[in-house]
Design a protein around this ligand. Structure first.
Ligand SMILES: Nc1nc2c(ncn2[C@@H]2O[C@H](COP(=O)(O)OP(=O)(O)OP(=O)(O)O)[C@@H](O)[C@H]2O)c(=O)[nH]1
Ligand SMILES: [Mg+2]
Length: 216
């Protein structure tokens, strides 16, 4: 019996386009991040806070991915950073072709850092390389301490994990030690920050680490 893997051609095409994006970004000297989390973990909030801290240090641009609406791009624009919205109209992740198109809106030669906020989803976005330099995972405390073991791939592939909404810890029965233990097992090299967009905890440390990573 011949079994046809219908996923393979799609993934190969994406991989080729991602490689093309990566070459274009590298040639222009633009570093890229792919921000991934469940819906509502705080990606856009973290972006707003991070971009405020990078102001005057780096020239940044943002690509926003959502199933519908341009609300997130408007939030980013209101902190004074150019943002392009992709509405996937049902697709649960961004792909390299979408990024190729959206990134045409930027003059990459003048851009130090392009941050891509993926569609809120802990699973599908991880499978689609966009041509980024690094994946940044966000896990918010209310999601529970079992998420890294139940959805391991993102935590394996990310260079950084932001454990967000840390201000809610007193109200939740979440075992933070368990999150750290599982994440370390999955990915010993990962850098982890505790962050809160409410209290500001961890945001200076994260932004400082990012500036170091950028080589500034
Ligand atoms: N208490 C608390 N609330 C937060 C924090 N960060 C974000 N929020 C709230 O969480 C909600 C979702 O935040 P967003 O930044 O929109 O989350 P997102 O991951 O961008 O959401 P999608 O783009 O829809 O996937 C908002 O009501 C934020 O105000 C935090 O650190 N602490
Ligand atoms: Mg968002």
């Amino acid at each position: 019996v011949a079994v046809i893997d219908v996923n393979r051609p799609v993934m190969e095409a994406n991989q080729n386009l991602a490689a093309k994006n990566r070459r274009r970004f590298q040639a222009a000297g633009t570093k890229t991040l792919n921000l991934i989390s469940s819906p509502g973990a705080g990606k856009t909030s973290l972006l707003e806070k991070t971009l405020q801290r990078l102001k005057g240090r780096l020239s940044c641009g943002v690509v926003e991915g959502d199933i519908q609406t341009s609300e997130d791009a408007e939030r980013i624009a209101s902190v004074g950073v150019k943002a392009v919205q992709i509405e996937t109209m049902g697709a649960c992740h961004l792909d390299a072709a979408m990024i190729e198109r959206a990134s045409q809106a930027f003059d990459l030669q003048k851009l130090d850092l392009l941050i891509i906020e993926n569609v809120g989803n802990l699973v599908c976005p991880v499978d689609f390389d966009l041509g980024e330099d690094m994946k940044v995972a966000v896990l918010s405390l209310p999601e529970g301490d079992d998420k890294p073991s139940k959805y391991p791939l993102l935590f394996k592939e990310a260079g950084v994990l932001l454990i967000n909404k840390i201000d809610l810890q007193p109200y939740l029965e979440v075992d933070l030690e368990r999150i750290h233990k599982v994440v370390q097992q999955l990915n010993p090299g990962i850098k982890v920050f505790h962050t809160s967009c409410k209290t500001g905890q961890g945001l200076d440390d994260w932004a400082g680490w990012l500036l170091d990573w950028m080589g500034t």
